[in-house]
Design a binder for this molecule. Structure first.
Ligand SMILES: [Zn+2]
Ligand SMILES: [Zn+2]
Length: 97
């Protein structure tokens, strides 16, 4: 079974998503839709000399950055900031109660 065939992009409702990427929260959407979210975002994460737009998962509001998007096609991530630091700081949204 091709499991991308049962997935639906929460942004454009395309099934399956176009060039699907998996976010840290395990939700799947089109690469282009994820990039659109980042482009519309004003939040930025700075690490050393790099800075990355921060987007919000349309389904669960978990924050994500472009280099943390995992391509289902097996394509390599674009850049590698300190993803461990990113995950510790921003994902998942911590609930201390
Ligand atoms: Zn989409
Ligand atoms: Zn999510």
């Amino acid at each position: 079974m091709n499991f991308t065939s049962v997935m639906k992009c929460p942004v454009c409702k395309k099934t399956p998503p176009n060039s699907p990427v998996i976010l840290d929260c395990t939700h799947v959407l089109c690469e282009s839709c994820a990039l659109q979210i980042l482009a519309n975002s004003s939040a930025v994460w700075r690490v050393s000399k790099d800075s990355f737009k921060i987007g919000e998962c349309p389904q669960c509001k978990t924050l994500f950055i472009e280099p943390a998007m995992l391509h289902m096609s097996g394509r390599k991530q674009l850049r590698s900031p300190d993803l461990d630091l990113w995950r510790e700081l921003f994902t998942p949204i911590k609930n201390n109660h």
